[in-house]
Design a protein around this ligand. Structure first.
Ligand code: A2P
Length: 270
């Protein structure tokens, strides 16, 4: 039996509403983080910043978790950036996937970190920690982001420098891409910090906002609802603390059906 037949036979066993897609590449960054790409199903549409339910068959049963799609809406392949949780129901298996394996994906993407949920303004801040950079990996490669905003600031904070690498790779990929670099121009700023080892920039993003250091470093005024919009993606604690700072600056939370000044979404956890 050839591999094609195996894949087709497998696809025929999938429940309605689920795609089975082939893994195209896997890249391990640290013992806690990896990135993978897979085929994009025909007819699968999503908005940059949305998430999908990704899964694997484990002992004959599907296990799914929410994953932000890290590739932009126009891309041919789907990309994901994942944590590896020891003993995590999905990630203890997902971290072992290899090229050619099949990953499950439920058909309906969704999410609040979308451009439609924000009202127009001059500047867009994307605040991320850990794998919370994933939806922004999509949005910083989305031309509409730069049609809607003059300046885009992506902040990424991790415990260790090695965990920032995915973000550095992304930005250099944009700079080296003929089409994207023209669209992005000098509108994108990547501001990376770590909290648990020495680096050129250190500290939690919340502390850097509170102290004003973020704005001093960027040469920008403090947060202002007239000019600034925000998107936040990280752990529950990070969302809560960052949201409180945006609200203190007079910014109001938006949603798909009620666009406003900032939106939040929890990064994948288990
Ligand atoms: P810290 O090292 O001080 O805990 P995690 O892997 O735990 O999700 O953390 C990712 C990054 O988010 C770390 O740099 C961590 O800093 C930071 N972080 C954790 N909790 C918060 C919070 N409540 N507000 C802002 N940053 C946070």
């Amino acid at each position: 039996m050839n591999m094609q037949a195996t894949t087709e036979e497998f696809a025929a066993t999938l429940p309605a509403g689920v795609y089975g897609e082939k893994v195209l590449s896997v890249q391990h960054y640290t013992d806690r983080l990896f990135r993978f790409t897979m085929t994009r199903p025909d007819g699968f549409r999503f908005r940059s910043g949305e998430f999908a339910m990704i899964g694997l068959m484990v002992d004959g049963k599907p296990i799914y978790r929410a994953y932000s799609i890290a590739s932009p809406s126009w891309a041919e392949e789907l990309e994901f950036f994942s944590i590896k949780v020891p003993g995590g129901p999905l990630t203890q298996h997902l971290q072992n996937i290899q090229e050619g394996d099949i990953v499950l994906m439920r058909k309906k993407p969704t999410g609040t970190l979308v451009l439609d949920a924000l009202t127009p303004a001059k500047r867009l801040y994307m605040f991320s920690t850990g794998t919370g950079i994933a939806p922004f990996a999509s949005l910083i490669r989305e031309p509409e982001t730069y049609e809607k905003f003059d300046e885009v600031i992506l902040t990424h904070t991790c415990r260790e420098v090695a965990e920032l690498q995915y973000g550095f790779d992304l930005v250099s990929e944009i700079r080296n891409d003929e089409l994207l670099s023209e669209i992005v121009g000098d509108k994108l700023t990547h501001y990376a910090t770590v909290t648990r080892e020495p680096f050129e920039r250190t500290g939690r993003i919340t502390d850097l906002i509170s102290s004003g250091k973020l704005f001093d470093d960027l040469g920008l005024p403090p947060l202002n609802p007239e000019t600034d919009r925000g998107m936040i993606c990280g752990s529950a604690a990070m969302l809560k603390d960052t949201k409180a700072l945006l609200e203190a600056a007079g910014m109001d939370e938006g949603a798909n059906n009620k666009p406003s000044e900032f939106v939040i979404e929890r990064a994948f956890v288990g």
